[in-house]
Design a protein around this ligand. Structure first.
Ligand code: ZN
Length: 287
């Protein structure tokens, strides 16, 4: 699943393509479960992307956690979550539609109506979500209203206080979007390894000094990964189809059975709830 650096890479890629452009024709082949619109539109029977988007100009694109927020003229937002395999791609309009290309967007430039960009939303697993809400309803929606702080914005002291205030296992806490956003399996494993914290440690038992260290490692990892256009483990790629390159920097995720760079002990992968954690059993002592 794309995490903060991958979603940020897509936001930065989409900005010059979409901002100040206007949606022209929109075609959707997405199953009903993938498209969600405000009840306000349902009353007016304009509840489809094909009718809601054309004629609206993209004012700005931002990210909150792993959510992409595309602000449109007329006080609407197109809110996209890529989930497991959702992707945006810029292609030539004549490119044949792939069976997993689910929404096709034509965009025109406001300065010259002839300039066209063609954007596609592709999702092979079909867990992605495209939602349209009026701006005054947007932040009331579950999935946005309940998000924790941004890891690149929260101060080290506040980060330490947040973790000390709760008694829960640290790896699931790092991945809980209502606790702190944007971090998934990969960056949680890497940050805990760099901080030498076992994934099952209880948050309130970790010293404030250690938590400040973890905060620094998380910020460094995320910033470096954004610079390297994210991590491609299975399928992530940017809007022109290029893979990220941060996977080369990973020390534990996907490295089970290989020696730890610090001590030579074999990296293990252990089931932790529904997910698994990768760590060095010597550097990251079990509590
Ligand atoms: Zn080690």
């Amino acid at each position: 699943m794309p995490e903060l650096p991958e979603v940020e890479t897509i936001v930065r890629g989409l900005r010059p393509i979409l901002e100040n452009r206007t949606f022209a024709k929109v075609r959707s082949y997405a199953p009903p479960s993938m498209v969600v619109v405000s009840d306000t539109f349902k009353k007016h029977k304009k509840s489809k992307l094909e009718t809601l988007l054309p004629g609206r100009t993209v004012e700005s694109i931002s990210r909150r956690g792993k959510n992409l927020l595309i602000s449109l003229s007329g006080n609407l937002t197109l809110w996209v979550h890529l989930k497991m395999t959702g992707k945006f791609r810029i292609v030539e309009p004549s490119t044949p539609r792939h069976k997993h290309d689910l929404v096709l967007f034509d965009l025109v430039s406001n300065s010259s109506q002839s300039t066209q960009n063609h954007l596609r939303f592709n999702d092979y697993r079909r867990f992605g979500r495209l939602r349209v809400y009026p701006n005054d309803e947007l932040w009331l929606q579950p999935g946005l209203r309940d998000l924790g702080p941004e890891p690149l914005e929260i101060k080290a002291d506040d980060f330490a206080k947040l973790f000390r205030s709760r008694t829960r296992m640290i790896k699931p806490a790092l991945m809980d979007q209502s606790f702190i956003v944007g971090i998934g399996n990969i960056y949680a494993d890497e940050a805990l390894h760099l901080s030498r914290i076992h994934p099952t440690r209880v948050t309130s038992s970790v010293s404030p000094r250690k938590l400040v260290e973890l905060h620094g490692h998380i910020q460094n990892l995320l910033k470096k990964s954004i610079k390297m256009m994210g991590t491609t483990v299975i399928s992530f790629s940017g809007i022109y189809g290029l893979s990220g390159s941060f996977q080369k920097m990973l020390k534990v995720y996907g490295h089970e059975g290989e020696p730890c760079e610090h001590c030579g002990t074999k990296i293990v992968r252990e089931k932790l709830g529904a997910r698994s954690a990768h760590y060095c059993p010597h550097c990251q002592r079990r509590p």
